[in-house]
Ligand binder design. Structure first.
Ligand code: ADP
Length: 483
């Protein structure tokens, strides 16, 4: 394995109660670019998860009652350590996940930006006083941390999906237990190491690594000591976990799958649209929940637009994320490649045209060629399922009403994008799209100042922004009488 400057960031055990815990069994973490072993990591059990929850529960009272300014300082210190070790953390992330190193380092910066944001927000958790109905009463609203927060996170952003949940939770005064994806536990463990170095107290930030997602998930969603559960992952698992949380009436945040439309109207700046689309479609090899899934192009400009798009796709460099000048790394697994193959084959069988790509670089590799598919329609599986791969699937529409109808014809409602230079159309379309986030002449919308989250079956709750702390705070109403 390429060497980290600070080998202390490579951890192989779960972390709770401020300590590293070995296990009877260890599982392998491999590099998707070449299949090589990166590390073996302790396979924690359900009993271990219970211990982590107990640690978070025990640490809560102290953490919750510390002055916000103190929690803020510790989060800031943690953020600084992430940035100081950005190169190592980026490398570790590329090795376990595959994305190009520049993108991986970008993710560390992005994750750190949530720590900074919520460190600042921690100091501004204001309550209310409300005019009372009678003169002998006063009404006050306090905001208090909900308690222990448990989280389950996916492999596509091994650092940032944890950072943005933990930052908000810790800022609010909650303690935190996360189970990262089995494929990418190392970034999570490196975060725990840096949390410890930052002086975050024992039990406040805990990580459980395991191959038994179901058993760990059972503990995190059913244990009475967990007050809130936050999940980023697939819609089907999210629904299942939300049901499990109902048994103890936990507060739940879900950030589930998307099916982002990218609409290009005939009045758009086509070069800007192609640029925005390339960023939105091919980032992380197409493996993000806000990646463009359907490209809707107005009929009159389909030809010039697809030509420009194909040229841009032709320039993409596929390769091992640790090599220079790589735009696209491998997909995360062979199953992921098979799924893309299946969607493409079905679309072609139903009349779509493959313009380029459409297969793995070599039969046994996880590198999938950047692909352009035209003549798609909204009923095809490639337009209804999340592709999660480097496939640009283009369909056409005649007018604005049809574009909106097609864009909204999905159960998902996470991110949408459109390009137009007509101010009236911009307002109409922005308001009509049934999505939690809309990029207007912009292909990248996510940052800590803005509320990230979806509507419909893409979930509920918001991460980042001035709204992001609300998911981790309870309102308490005090009625002072007899004054
Ligand atoms: P993805 O397609 O991104 O892998 P998943 O929903 O399968 O989406 O995985 C997201 C996270 O959910 C991962 O950490 C995974 O281990 C976890 N997970 C998968 N199945 C379950 C389950 N039955 N119970 C709890 N967690 C699960």
């Amino acid at each position: 394995m390429t060497k980290l400057t600070d080998q202390g960031l490579l951890k192989d055990s779960s972390y709770w109660q401020g300590q590293w815990h070995k296990a009877d069994n260890y599982f392998e973490v491999t590099n998707p670019a070449n299949g090589k072993l990166v590390a073996k990591v302790a396979d924690a059990s359900a009993a271990d998860a219970e211990k982590a929850v107990a640690a978070a529960h025990a640490a809560f009272a102290d953490w919750a009652t510390r002055p916000a300014a103190e929690r803020s300082k510790l989060l800031m210190r943690w953020q600084q350590l992430l940035l100081e070790h950005q190169d190592d953390l980026g490398l570790l992330l590329t090795l376990e996940q595959g994305k190009p190193l520049a993108e991986a380092k970008g993710e560390i910066g992005y994750g750190a930006s949530y720590l900074e944001w919520f460190a600042e927000e921690a100091k501004r958790v204001y309550g209310d006083t409300i005019p009372a109905k009678t003169s002998d009463q006063r009404i006050i609203v306090l905001k208090q941390p909900v308690g222990v927060v448990a989280a389950i996170t996916p492999w596509n952003f091994p650092n940032a999906m944890i950072a943005r949940k933990a930052a908000a939770a810790l800022a609010a005064g909650c303690t935190f237990v996360v189970k990262p994806a089995q494929l990418t536990p190392l970034s999570a463990l490196a975060m725990a190491e840096l949390a410890e170095r930052a002086g975050i107290p024992a039990g406040v930030f805990n990580v459980i690594t395991s191959t038994d997602a179901k058993a760990i998930g059972d503990v995190l969603t059913r244990d009475k000591r967990v007050a809130k559960f936050s999940f980023t992952g697939s819609t089907s698992i999210g629904k299942q976990l939300a049901k499990q949380c109902a048994g103890t009436v936990k507060r739940v945040s879900l950030e589930l799958g998307g099916n982002a439309p990218f609409i290009v109207f005939e009045d758009a700046d086509l070069d800007a649209a192609v640029e925005g689309l390339m960023a939105s479609k091919f980032r992380n090899a197409g493996q993000t929940c806000v990646c463009t899934n359907r490209i809707l192009v107005q009929q009159s400009i389909v030809e010039p637009f697809t030509e420009k798009l194909q040229q841009a796709i032709g320039k993409l460099q596929l390769g091992n994320g640790t090599d220079d000048n790589v735009d696209i790394g491998p997909l995360i697994s062979s199953d992921a490649c098979d799924k893309v193959d299946k969607l493409l084959n079905a679309a072609v069988a139903q009349g779509a045209t493959l313009q380029c790509g459409g297969k793995r670089q070599a039969t046994d590799s996880l590198f999938y060629l950047p692909t352009l598919l035209t003549g798609v329609n909204n009923d095809m599986a490639v337009a209804q399922d999340e592709i999660f791969g480097p496939v640009a699937a283009v369909q056409s529409f005649d007018d604005e009403a049809e574009a909106i109808a097609l864009a909204n014809a999905t159960e998902s409602g996470l991110a949408a994008y459109f390009y137009s230079r007509d101010i009236g159309r911009i307002w109409r379309v922005a308001e009509a799209l049934q999505y939690g986030m809309v990029g207007v002449n912009e292909g990248m919308v996510s940052n800590p100042t803005a509320p990230f989250g979806g509507v419909k079956q893409s979930g509920y709750g918001r991460e980042g922004s001035k709204y992001g702390l609300a998911d981790y705070l309870d309102l308490k109403y005090l009625c002072l009488g007899g004054l």
